[in-house]
Unconditional design. Structure first.
Lengths: 115, 113
């Protein structure tokens, strides 16, 4: 079975401050890991993905995430928050399950950026 | 390259009615997955289609059914609508074997009254 836990349903940061969104996963097989962003009333947009290559993954809009197997974590960071980063962020794990590639999402973290 | 599109954008139905939601996959993708996203929650997997056959299903009752067509477009059908079916329904297409990176459509907002 696979699962994702996102710590903190709401995170507030000041504009220009470090963004850190936490994600821990559970998977019985080597996972693929993803971070998606969702703006209000829109679908999900892929920020970055980990597919067993480099453990530090760089994505769009200045975001990056580090895969730490020993901690089963895949935290999302950005050095300096912009107002446009305010959105909801979802961590997801993907792995083979019953013959198909199953994707499980976390419950999301809503990021607020304070001017 | 055309992205994933969904129709309609919004829909209001009455409890007990039936609804069909449509999705057009990204060009070249052979797998489509459907998700239900209730307000304030993460997407919940409904089912996945590969080459016109359902090859994975989440914890949803049989009144949720789907189709995938030869051109890889897809439909989600929900019978006997319940109030709890009110949600954003997301379609995602992917290429099997390509790390299963999914490309999402904008969603259909279904309201059941």
């Amino acid at each position: 079975a696979q699962s994702v836990t996102q710590l903190g349903s709401h995170v507030s940061v000041s504009e220009g401050a470090l963004v850190l969104l936490r994600c821990n996963y559970s998977s019985s097989v080597p996972p693929y890991l993803f971070w998606y962003v969702q703006y209000p009333n829109q679908g999900l947009q892929l920020l970055l993905k980990y597919t067993s290559a480099a453990t530090l993954v760089k994505g769009i809009n200045g975001f990056e995430a580090e895969f730490k197997k020993s901690e089963t974590s895949f935290h999302l960071t950005k050095p300096s928050a912009h107002m446009s980063d305010a959105a909801e962020y979802f961590c997801a794990v993907s792995g083979l399950s019953g013959g198909y590639q199953k994707v499980t999402f976390g419950t999301g973290t809503k990021l607020q950026v304070i001017p | 390259e055309t992205g994933v599109t969904q129709s309609p954008t919004h829909l209001i139905k009455t409890r007990g009615q039936q609804v069909t939601l449509r999705c057009s996959s990204q060009s070249g993708h052979n797998t489509v997955s459907w998700y239900q996203q209730a307000l304030g929650q993460g997407p919940q997997f409904i089912f996945q289609y590969y080459r016109e056959e359902e090859n994975g299903r989440g914890n949803f009752p049989p009144r949720f059914s789907g189709l995938q067509f030869p051109n890889y477009s897809s439909e989600l059908n929900v019978n006997a609508l319940e109030l709890d079916d009110s949600a954003l329904y997301l379609c995602a297409s992917s290429l099997r074997g390509d790390s299963y990176e999914q490309y999402f459509g904008p969603g259909t907002r279904l309201t059941v009254t």
